[in-house]
Write a protein that binds this ligand. Structure first.
Ligand code: C2E
Ligand code: CA
Ligand code: CA
Ligand code: CA
Length: 278
């Protein structure tokens, strides 16, 4: 049966959500997908410094469904979260991401790191820290080469388990990045108490950046705040040279976006990395 991408979206979000039977069916599909290798990891380069060298990449999951085709993560991640499937999927994502990073380290590019998106349910799962430390151990990778991207809403959740884990990961040297920064409701001042290493400015602010002065002021505020708190700052969704230039003039040091590269499969990432090899 053929589905257009709009139909597949409707199929997943409207139809299948309706009854608990449908939830069960999605969960079955997701689990089958994992067993049958339908998931793939793509990686998007992150660059920094005056010579725009690649220093890491963000891992982004893809679901290549045999009938529907490519299903976007914005569609299946929320479903995976609600069924709990995010836990085994998340473990697979960590494995694939560290496996890919390890290949680069073995080829001598030990300065590279990987950023992995972690959803809330996964972050608070009881075995999550253990799973992370075991995987780092398994691949013999230094913890500071792994960065966990958590959204602002997770980071600022006033739950003791979140805070406890932020401290634990920091103590062990695992990096923490606050994704989609600026989109939550929390006051910036919260950051003072949270052990995180990086702020990731949301794509929407970058999109508006060259269009109005207010968003320029806002982005400048975020960058200055990060500077003062000794946090690293990265801009996501950089699509134009104008955006890049403006961000540089505002003091932003790291960038990610279509201007540099789209998310690519591992083989293409290797080509990309080799091209920019120091
Ligand atoms: P995100 O973490 O904010 O990821 C950034 C999204 O922006 C990615 O979409 C990426 O492909 C896209 N993007 C990157 N550069 C540009 C650009 O220059 N312009 C535009 N317009 N878009 C750009 P993607 O891969 O579809 O992922 C969507 C969301 O799904 C992610 O948002 C993240 O919240 C979630 N997600 C993706 N992979 C994973 C994963 O492995 N685990 C978890 N828990 N969530 C994931
Ligand atoms: Ca992210
Ligand atoms: Ca983001
Ligand atoms: Ca996002």
């Amino acid at each position: 049966k053929e589905h257009s991408s709009r139909n597949s979206l409707t199929y997943f979000t409207e139809d299948m959500k309706e009854s608990s039977r449908d939830y069960f069916e999605i969960e079955m599909n997701l689990r089958k997908g994992l067993i049958e290798n339908q998931f793939m990891m793509y990686f998007q380069p992150q660059i920094s410094g005056p010579d725009a060298r690649i220093d890491g990449f963000e891992a982004l999951v893809r679901w290549n469904h045999p009938e529907i085709g490519l299903v976007r993560p914005d569609i299946f991640i929320p479903l995976a979260e609600s069924t709990g499937f995010i836990v085994p999927l998340g473990e697979w994502i960590i494995q694939e991401s560290l496996k890919t990073l390890k290949k680069f380290h073995e080829a001598g590019m030990t300065h590279l790191g990987v950023s992995v998106n972690i959803s809330s349910r996964q972050f608070i799962h009881e075995h999550f820290p253990e799973m992370i430390f075991q995987a780092l151990d398994q691949y013999q990778l230094s913890p500071d080469k792994l960065c966990l991207e958590i959204t602002e809403s997770v980071a600022m959740e006033e739950s003791s388990i979140v805070l406890e884990r932020l401290h634990l990961f920091t103590k062990k040297g695992v990096k923490l990045s606050v994704d989609d920064f600026g989109t939550g409701f929390s006051a910036f001042v919260y950051l003072l108490d949270y052990p995180v290493n990086e702020i990731k400015i949301d794509r929407e602010f970058i999109r508006l950046l060259t269009q109005n002065k207010k968003s320029e002021a806002l982005v400048k505020t975020i960058i200055d705040l990060a500077d003062n708190l000794r946090l690293s700052v990265i801009a996501e969704g950089v699509e134009t040279q104008d955006q890049l230039g403006l961000l540089q003039s505002l003091g932003c040091q790291r960038f990610q976006g279509y201007l540099i590269s789209k998310p690519v499969p591992p083989a293409e990432l290797t080509q990309w990395v080799n091209k920019f090899r120091p």
